[in-house]
Ligand binder design. Structure first.
Ligand code: ZN
Length: 838
């Protein structure tokens, strides 16, 4: 399917004004297909001109333009040509459409728990055309009136309100305000529903019946967060929530975290967990709720004109999602999680060959936009906004946004529109700032340079900014510097002073001397970017690096600790310090870490570095040390708490003590307060499977006892992880050949396939990946193809040979853009791992 280009979209937008969509869907037919009739009313600026409408039917039944029947056979791939337009046009397209199992279009899912069928629509980025005929681009917004015919026992919801539930199974929804096609949605099935209200806005929560108990348990928390965030956003934006209700539906096999459909946000239903989760995971859910709600303004009320400005959606939603979570909910340390977890995603993406500006000047088509849903559009963009707020001041920033909402309400906007509003509100010219922060890719590194006098006082402290040689752009940064001393009482580390400075490379060439510190007694620890105002890698001075292992457990501020952990992880990722140093730091400091988000992140990233950067001969000893650190954390963590659960998961995935693992499954020697519940049982079984201590009989037995969708996914992961040639071959065939498997089961299989412990067994699949993945990718939708290609990449085959195979593949000219990007980036990660091993 050709991806709509920027040029074609601009031409069509210049010609057309869409006045309304009437969409009628009949969901009562046979299992594979549904009937879709869309009536589009639109004006053409140049009567007599032609254009096209997108539709991706299983069978096109009829096309009628201004009363004249057209030939369905004229459909060319996903575009139907429309010629001889009148000034006012009515187009009716009648089609049979296919349900999807890829999470795109109208996804159909049968719950293994009870056999019930659930549907939800996912229209982003350009999948609305899999549901109804439309002009599928973000700047042709129009009111949508949805009618759905469904089995009588089903519940249906759309973007707009509906009247009372009908007896006949015919659901008619109120016309919406103008919507972009990519946010048109519905859910349909025997969904379980809870209703509430806040500040005059009807609230609804939807989930599968088999998850209703989990929703009952969590509904109050979800609704509380929803109410707190609504109130806060109303205050910040000064503009009321612009749609007529706010439903949140937790849906199965959802690809993203959630999708910001106006009036009906869809979330992956893992956010209604059946087993114990950590508080960091509850925070994550709150953050996603706040993120999607922020989109009601950024993206839904004011929509990007074209995907160049994806950041106007995602960077703002990430920024305000985190801010509102921190300011209005009980998860007041959301910026700490952001500093360590989300920003690592942004830093990594910005250092890869595929990096791009936060706001690229030209995104050529929708396919490129999909690839740009990355750590740059989310985390870097949000960090850059945080930096902008530090620079402009919050009042000017918010005043500019209010102007922007007022000027473009229910319309579309661009970077230039936003900058104009902010320039008016702040009285500053943002052109130069936007040029280096939004239009240029890559990031700076800020190092502290310290010279001491003989008496231990500072002779000079400087912040030195650098940029990668291939992209030597220095930037203005407003940055904090924290000076930490040992508490005189010997009970910890306390902040002596935090200064804020402006680094201005135009003035000092990138080396800024902190004059105020000259002559002061040297701090035990000097932390650049304290407070995390800017987006830059940092490196501590040598004295501070040496102080970190002892200082971390004494430091009360979780954000400062997160920044120190981030610095340590990043220095090892860059090959500047050995993995052994990181393992030693984890052993010394992680058992004392009280912030569970930090524990989880450090464990996950340390584990990844250890698996890839260490030679096979030294890896087991390092893994044992990591498992030991988890065991100590497990011993000291309060029973039943998040820290205990995070430590248990870390220990399970790192240990080789199969006897103890097997004992846990039987309830033997389980730490007090730790529930070995459904999810933890599967985590144990996965580790046993990887180690060859459990096989198909144990997996089948566990799945028989757990008929849930999660159970099916875990079973797929465990099967793919077995150290058995037949199991690997079967899993591989699913990854490269199977199209009947859903998106989520494919991902689960890909997750299990490669294990660092099984290098010999999977060696031949390294070559097969590069030989077979291009054809496999072509038979899948872009999203699923890219996910399988990424999760299925031979990430532990750290060798020159793997890199040669990648280079040979990249030399071909028939790769999909998504596969090319996956291979380019994964290969760059292997380059780093290989360099670190040398
Ligand atoms: Zn978003």
């Amino acid at each position: 399917m050709p991806s709509l280009t920027r040029v074609a979209a601009a031409e069509r937008a210049a010609l057309l004004t869409v006045e309304s969509y009437d969409i009628e869907l009949d969901l009562t037919g046979p299992a594979e297909r549904f009937r879709s009739t869309s009536t589009v009313r639109f004006r053409a600026a140049t009567p007599g001109a032609g254009t096209f409408v997108e539709v991706r039917p299983a069978r096109l039944l009829g096309v009628r333009l201004n009363g004249a029947d057209l030939d369905p056979a004229a459909l060319d791939d996903n575009q139907y040509p429309l010629t001889g337009l009148a000034a006012e046009n009515t187009l009716v397209v009648d089609a049979e459409m296919a349900y999807s199992n890829s999470g795109e279009g109208l996804h159909r899912f049968v719950d293994p728990a009870d056999g019930e069928t659930y549907l939800y629509a996912m229209s982003g980025m350009d999948n609305a055309q899999r549901i109804f005929a439309c002009f599928d681009q973000p700047d042709l917004k129009a009111p949508v009136t949805l009618t759905v015919v469904a089995p009588p026992e089903w519940t249906v919801a759309g973007n707009g309100r509906h009247g009372t539930a009908p007896d006949s199974g015919r659901w008619v929804f109120a016309p919406t305000p103008p919507l972009a096609t990519y946010v048109v949605t519905l859910v349909a099935g025997p969904y379980s529903v809870r209703r509430a209200e806040h500040d005059g806005i009807p609230l609804g929560l939807y989930c599968r019946r088999s998850l209703a108990d989990h929703l009952d348990r969590d509904a109050e928390e979800i609704l509380t967060v929803t109410r707190q965030c609504l109130d806060r956003l109303h205050r910040l934006f000064g503009v009321r929530y612009p749609f007529d209700k706010y439903d949140q539906a937790f849906v199965p096999e959802f690809n993203m975290g959630a999708m910001e459909n106006p009036g009906l946000v869809t979330f992956r239903d893992e956010f209604l967990p059946r087993s114990a989760v950590t508080d960091a995971e509850r925070e994550r859910r709150a953050n996603v709720i706040a993120h999607e709600m922020s989109h009601m303004w950024f993206g839904d009320l004011v929509t990007l004109r074209w995907w160049d400005d994806l950041w106007l959606n995602e960077s703002f939603a990430e920024y305000f999602g985190t801010r509102v979570t921190a300011e209005a909910t009980r998860f007041d340390r959301a910026w700490t999680t952001f500093a360590l977890h989300r920003k690592a995603w942004g830093y990594a993406a910005d250092q890869r060959p595929s990096t791009h500006p936060v706001a690229p000047a030209e995104v050529v088509d929708a396919a490129e936009a999909l690839a740009n849903l990355d750590g740059i559009s989310y985390a870097k963009g949000a960090s850059v906004l945080r930096q902008l707020v530090a620079w402009l001041g919050d009042d000017a920033f918010l005043a500019g946004l209010r102007e922007y909402f007022a000027a473009h309400r229910f319309g579309n906007a661009t970077l230039a529109d936003l900058l104009a509003a902010l320039a008016t509100s702040s009285g500053r010219d943002l052109t130069g700032w936007a040029q280096v922060w939004l239009r240029q890719p890559r990031l700076n590194t800020v190092r502290t340079e310290v010279r001491l006098r003989d008496d231990g006082h500072y002779a000079e402290v400087a912040l030195v900014q650098s940029a990668p040689p291939e992209h030597p752009v220095l930037r203005p940064h407003r940055i904090g510097v924290g000076l930490y001393d040992s508490d005189p009482a010997g009970t910890g580390l306390r902040l002596r002073d935090r200064i804020e400075v402006d680094l201005d490379p135009a003035v000092d060439g990138g080396r800024t001397v902190l004059d105020g510190l000259t002559g002061q007694p040297a701090a035990r620890l000097l932390l650049p970017n304290d407070g995390d105002l800017t987006f830059a890698k940092v490196r501590l001075d040598a004295g501070s690096v040496a102080a970190v292992p002892a200082a971390l457990p004494e430091l009360a501020d979780p954000l400062a600790r997160a920044l120190l952990w981030a610095e340590a992880l990043d220095a090892v990722t860059d090959g500047e310090r050995p993995v052994a140093d990181l393992v030693a730091l984890v052993v010394a400091a992680l058992p004392a870490e009280t912030e569970v988000a930090v524990v989880q992140d450090v464990l996950a990233r340390a584990r990844n570095l250890l698996d890839r950067y260490l030679d096979p001969e030294v890896r087991p000893a390092a893994l044992e040390q990591l498992a030991g650190a988890c065991a100590r954390l497990l011993a000291v963590a309060p029973p039943g708490g998040s820290g205990q659960l995070a430590a248990a998961r870390g220990w399970i995935s790192a240990t080789v003590d199969t006897a103890r693992l097997t004992g846990w499954l039987a309830g033997k020697d389980v730490p007090d307060g730790l529930a070995v519940d459904a999810e933890l049982r599967w985590a144990v079984l996965r580790r046993l499977a990887v180690l060859g201590a459990a096989g198909e009989p144990e997996i089948a037995a566990e799945q028989a006892a757990d008929r849930s969708a999660s159970g099916a996914e875990w079973a797929a992961t465990c099967r793919a992880a077995l150290p058995d040639p037949a199991a690997k071959e079967h899993a591989w065939r699913l990854l490269v050949g199977e199209t009947s498997l859903s998106n989520r089961l494919l991902e689960a299989t890909a997750r299990g396939f490669w294990q660092p412990e099984q290098a010999g067994l999977t060696d031949s699949y390294v070559e097969r990946y590069f030989a077979e993945m291009p054809a496999a990718a072509r038979q899948r939708t872009p999203w699923v193809a890219d996910r399988v290609a990424g999760l299925g990449y031979p990430r532990y085959a750290v060798s020159a040979r793997t890199r040669e195979l990648a280079a040979a593949l990249l030399a071909r000219d028939d790769l999909s853009p998504g596969l090319r990007r996956v291979v380019v980036d994964e290969d760059d990660d292997l380059r780093r791992a290989l360099a670190a091993r040398r």
